[in-house]
Design a protein around this ligand. Structure first.
Ligand SMILES: [Fe+2]
Length: 169
C-alpha cells in the first residue's frame, strides 16, 4: 500500500467509524422512559454495526494495513506498534463481552440496561483513545518519511513530537 493510499484509507476509516460510533452513542446516552422494545432493538443494531466496523478495521490494520509499513520505516517504534496490536486484542475482547450483554438485554431490564449503556460509553471512549494514538503514530512516521503526503491529512491537532508515546525506548 502506497503512502497516499494509507492516508486515504485512514481518513475514510476514521470518517466511517466516527459516524457509526456517534449514532451508537446517541442511542446509548439515554434510555427512554416508556416502552423500550424498539430502543433495545436500535441499541443492538447500532452496537452490531459498531462491532463489525471495528473488527473489520482491526483486521485490515493487522493484515496488509499500515502497522508493518510503520515498522519498516521506523523500527524504533516497535514497542508502540506492539502496544497497538495488544490494544486490538483488548478491544475485540471488550466488544465480545459488551455485545453478549447487549443481546441478553430485555426491554424490562432497568439496571442491566443502564449498565450496558455505561459499558458502551466506556468502550467508545477507549476506542477513540486507541484510534487517536494510532493516527498520531502514523502521522509522525509519515511526517518523517513523506512530509508532502502527511500534509494531505490536515490533522485537527498540531503534531507534537514531545509525546512520550513516540519516543524510542
Ligand atoms: Fe487500531
Amino acid at each position: 500500500m502506497s503512502m497516499k493510499d494509507v492516508v486515504r484509507w485512514l481518513r475514510d476509516e476514521h470518517d466511517n467509524t466516527h459516524e457509526i460510533a456517534a449514532r451508537l452513542r446517541s442511542t446509548a446516552v439515554k434510555p427512554p422512559r416508556g416502552n423500550r422494545s424498539i430502543w433495545v432493538e436500535q441499541l443492538r443494531s447500532g452496537f452490531d454495526d459498531f462491532a463489525a466496523c471495528v473488527r473489520q478495521n482491526i483486521s485490515a490494520e493487522e493484515n496488509g494495513g499500515y502497522l508493518q509499513p510503520i515498522l519498516d520505516i521506523q523500527p524504533a517504534l516497535a514497542p508502540q506498534v506492539d502496544l497497538l496490536r495488544h490494544e486490538h486484542e483488548e478491544l475485540v475482547h471488550m466488544i465480545d463481552n459488551v455485545q453478549r450483554a447487549v443481546h441478553q438485554l430485555a426491554p424490562t431490564d432497568n439496571l442491566l440496561l443502564r449498565d450496558c449503556c455505561k459499558r458502551i460509553e466506556s468502550l467508545l471512549s477507549w476506542h477513540e483513545r486507541h484510534a487517536e494514538h494510532e493516527n498520531h503514530i502514523v502521522l509522525y512516521v509519515l511526517s518523517k518519511a513523506a512530509p508532502e503526503v502527511a500534509r494531505m491529512t490536515q490533522p485537527t491537532r498540531q503534531h507534537d513530537t514531545s509525546d512520550e508515546r513516540l519516543q524510542a525506548p
